[in-house]
Design a protein around this ligand. Structure first.
Ligand code: NAP
Length: 226
């Protein structure tokens, strides 16, 4: 009998709201989870808090470099101002792997205004910086952390962009494991729209006094989504 391979996911910058919420979801779904931080003690503390919430010791906390070294799939959840420097530091440890980029190029204080970064988009810049041996896939930019704790299905869709179709497919499985509906949204160049949409959702949150506005794709039967 062949054993099912359990992938190790490292959420880099995973001590924040978005990264810890995603780690919580994937740990529940049975993946090996590492939270990465600039400060290993902070990662251990946040992992401990999540394990207490999960009722099991499912998540480890490590420094970002160690976490990136040990993972099969890296997930980057840092503020845009830390995007380039974090990727430069972790580049050697991500070679041959998938890097899921969740970063939104928000420029405070105008976070409800779409900002197009130099180079086109955060995820496109990540792909150029990391090189072709890393498959960058952008996803989850439109999912507010407000939805992530718990095990309920989340009624928001995820646009998944990346140049490597197999990597895109693997990330669609991660989306599904997190209780969300994903859509293959084409190459990494398309990430600009997913990244920009977040500012529109933040603007909608403010205007309608809600916390987790999201998007849903219509016109395709849901069971055909993948
Ligand atoms: N929050 C949401 O609902 C949401 C939704 C969709 C997308 N996003 C995007 O996901 C990313 C993370 O969001 P978040 O709300 O979780 O962010 P956050 O809490 O502000 O930051 C996440 C983590 O990034 C690390 N970090 C902060 N400043 C840094 C710096 N200068 N250099 C290196 N690391 C730094 C910190 O980890 P350590 O101190 O432990 O190193 C922090 O815990 C952002 O790009 C955001 O736009 C967020």
């Amino acid at each position: 009998m062949t054993e099912k391979l359990i992938l190790t996911i490292a959420v880099l910058g995973g001590t924040g709201k978005e990264g810890s919420g995603l780690a919580y979801r994937w740990a529940q779904a049975g993946y090996n989870l590492i939270i990465g931080s600039r400060t290993p003690e902070k990662a251990e503390r946040v992992a401990g808090e999540l394990n207490a919430e999960l009722g099991e010791e499912l998540i480890r906390g490590l420094g970002n470099e160690e976490a990136a070294k040990l993972c099969d799939i890296g997930v980057l959840t840092v503020p845009f101002k830390a995007h380039r420097a974090t990727l430069e530091a972790l580049k050697p440890y991500l070679q041959g792997k998938i890097l899921v980029d969740v970063t939104v190029p928000l420029v405070p204080p105008s976070v409800d205004t779409v900002q197009i970064p130099e180079g086109g988009s955060a995820a496109k810049n990540a792909q150029e910086l990391l090189g072709e041996a890393v498959s960058v896939v952008s996803a989850f930019q439109n999912i507010s952390h407000e939805h992530l704790h718990g095990d309920h299905p989340i009624p928001c869709d995820v646009l998944v962009c990346g140049n490597n179709p197999e990597a895109r497919e693997q990330v669609l499985q991660l989306v599904d494991a997190a209780g969300l509906q994903g859509w293959n949204a084409g190459p990494i160049a398309n990430s600009i729209v997913a990244e920009g949409l977040t500012s529109i959702l933040i603007s909608i949150n403010k205007q309608y006094k809600v916390k987790g506005a999201g998007i849903q794709i219509t016109g395709v039967p849901r069971e055909n989504a993948d």
